[in-house]
Design a protein around this ligand. Structure first.
Ligand code: ZN
Length: 146
């Protein structure tokens, strides 16, 4: 796991490039993540693995002049990135499909999670000193959906 975390964190920081904001879901102590892996000691290993990955990403990002933020993972895979509608039924976990019950927007559920993390990163930039309008596109910040 340590080897995998080294490889993943290196690839992530390199892919992001210098002066990037890297947004991670905070998976330490997340109940839904722990419930999946309650058998034997896997709860411990998942939590520990994420903690290690986060530390590696933060360390390598700092060397690469980038910043890491962690965000609350709640609803990131249930929220429609187009209209903001949030409902558990938007996501079919077994089929890995997201389909918004309100606007019909459909995509892979992990892609939806990534789109929502991207938006949370932009909100972070818009709320703080790091704000630059080229991050949010239209010249003004979009209001938060959640
Ligand atoms: Zn929608």
């Amino acid at each position: 796991m340590t080897h995998i975390n080294h490889a993943v964190s290196k690839a992530l920081v390199q892919h992001a490039g210098k002066n990037s904001l890297i947004v991670l879901e905070d998976l330490e102590g997340v109940r839904s993540a722990t419930e999946k892996v309650r058998k034997k000691d896997r709860w411990y290993s998942v939590s520990w693995a994420f903690h290690q990955l986060r530390q590696m990403v933060e360390y390598k990002a700092k060397l690469n002049l980038s910043t890491v933020v962690t965000v609350d993972p709640a609803y990131t895979s249930q929220t429609c990135p187009k209209c903001g509608h949030t409902e558990k039924a938007n996501r079919n976990k077994q089929k890995h499909v997201f389909q918004c019950r309100t606007c019909g927007y459909t995509s892979n559920d992990d892609r939806i999670g990534a789109m929502n993390l991207h938006r949370k990163g932009i909100e972070y930039l818009c709320a703080g000193k790091l704000h630059q309008h080229d991050w949010c596109g239209a010249g003004s910040c979009q209001p938060a959906l959640m």
